[in-house]
Design a binder for this molecule. Structure first.
Ligand SMILES: Nc1ncnc2c1ncn2[C@@H]1O[C@H](COP(=O)(O)OP(=O)(O)O)[C@@H](O)[C@H]1O
Ligand SMILES: Cc1ncc(COP(=O)(O)OP(=O)(O)O)c(N)n1
Length: 267
C-alpha cells in the first residue's frame, strides 16, 4: 500500500491564522497531506504585528517531538520560528535522528518588522541547522544575514543561493524575491543547476504569512514524492494564487488564501 503523505511543522503560532503553525497546517490540509505540528513559541500576533511572545520550555519541545516521532511516520518536515539557541538545540538534537526531507524556513523578521529570533541565534541557525537541511528558503533580507553579503539584484540572489549551498552546506537553497519591485522571482540552486520561478508582482498589501505558506506547500509536495523543482513550481503556483486572492481582512497586512488554488488547478 502507498504510504499516506504526512508532514510535520516545527514553528511558532499565529492566533490570527495567517502565518506560523496555523498557515502550515491549513496548507498541508489543502494539499491533501496529513499535517502535524510541534509548537516552539506561542506568539500573540495579528495582521498589524506582534504583541507578545511566550517560548515553550525546551523539555516540552523535545517531548512534543518524541510524541510525534515515536508514533506517526512522515516523509518531510519544516522548521519555522526557532527563537533562541536553547530551542534550536532541542530541535537539532531530535531531528538529527530523522532520515526524512527537511525544509528550513529561516524565519527572522516579520513583514510588519517584528524580530522573531534573538541576535545570538543567527549563527546557530546558519552553522548547526542549515547544514542539516534538504532545502533552505530565505527571503532577501534573510539571505543577507546568512551570507553576510548585500543582496539587491537577481544576480545577487543567485550568487547567494550558490554560496548557501557550497559554503554553508544546505543541499539546496531557494532565495525568494518577494521583496523585489517589479517581478516575483525566486531562484532555486540544487548544487548543480539554477532554476528560476517567476510570476508577475501582485499589487497587494495582504502578504501576511507568504513565506510560511510557501515553505509548507513545498513540504507537502515533497511528502507526496515530487522532485524538488516540481515541488517548488507547484508551491509557487499555490502561493501566487493565494496572494492573488488574499483576504482583505484585519487592520494591517491581511493573510493569504490557501484555498484559492482550487479554482485555478486543473486535476
Ligand atoms: N506581491 C507579490 N506578488 C507575487 N508574488 C509574491 C508577492 N510577494 C511575495 N511573493 C512571492 O511569495 C513567496 C514568498 O516570498 P517572500 O514574500 O519573499 O517571503 P517571506 O514571507 O519569507 O518574506 C515567493 O514566491 C515570492 O516571490
Ligand atoms: C509564528 C510566526 N512564524 C513566522 C512568521 C513570519 O511569517 P512569514 O510567512 O515570513 O510572513 P510575514 O508574517 O512576515 O508576512 C510569523 N509572522 N509568525
Amino acid at each position: 500500500m502507498k504510504p499516506i503523505p504526512a508532514a510535520l511543522t516545527i514553528a511558532g503560532t499565529d492566533p490570527s491564522g495567517g502565518a506560523g503553525i496555523q498557515a502550515d497546517l491549513k496548507t498541508f490540509q489543502e494539499l491533501k497531506t496529513y499535517g502535524m505540528s510541534v509548537i516552539t513559541s506561542v506568539v500573540a500576533q495579528n495582521t498589524t504585528g506582534v504583541q507578545d511572545v511566550h517560548h515553550i520550555p525546551e523539555h516540552m519541545i523535545e517531548q512534543q517531538l518524541k510524541s510525534v516521532m515515536s508514533d506517526i511516520p512522515f516523509q518531510a518536515f519544516k522548521t519555522g520560528m526557532l527563537a533562541n539557541p536553547g530551542i534550536m538545540d532541542a530541535v537539532a538534537e531530535k531531528i538529527s535522528e530523522l532520515n526524512v526531507l527537511y525544509i528550513m524556513d529561516p524565519v527572522m523578521v516579520t513583514t510588519s518588522g517584528d524580530t522573531l529570533i534573538s541576535e545570538d541565534s543567527r549563527d546557530y541557525l546558519r552553522d548547526i541547522l542549515l547544514p542539516m537541511s534538504t532545502l533552505v528558503t530565505p527571503n532577501m533580507p534573510e539571505a543577507e544575514v546568512i551570507t553576510g553579503e548585500k543582496i539587491d539584484t537577481s544576480e545577487d540572489m543567485q550568487q547567494a543561493a550558490k554560496q548557501i549551498v557550497h559554503e554553508f552546506g544546505a543541499d539546496a537553497a531557494l532565495v525568494k524575491g518577494g521583496h523585489l519591485q517589479d517581478e516575483a522571482v525566486d531562484f532555486l540552486y540544487d548544487g548543480k543547476m539554477m532554476h528560476t520561478f517567476s510570476t508577475e508582482r501582485i499589487n497587494t498589501k495582504n502578504t501576511h504569512g507568504t513565506g510560511c505558506t510557501y515553505s509548507a506547500a513545498i513540504t507537502a509536495y515533497l511528502s507526496q514524492g515530487c522532485t524538488l523543482s516540481d515541488a517548488v513550481q507547484n508551491a509557487k503556483d499555490f502561493i501566487t494564487a493565494a496572494i492573488r486572492d488574499s483576504f482583505p481582512i484585519g487592520n494591517g497586512s491581511g493573510p493569504t488564501n490557501q484555498w484559492a488554488h482550487r479554482a485555478e488547478r486543473v486535476n
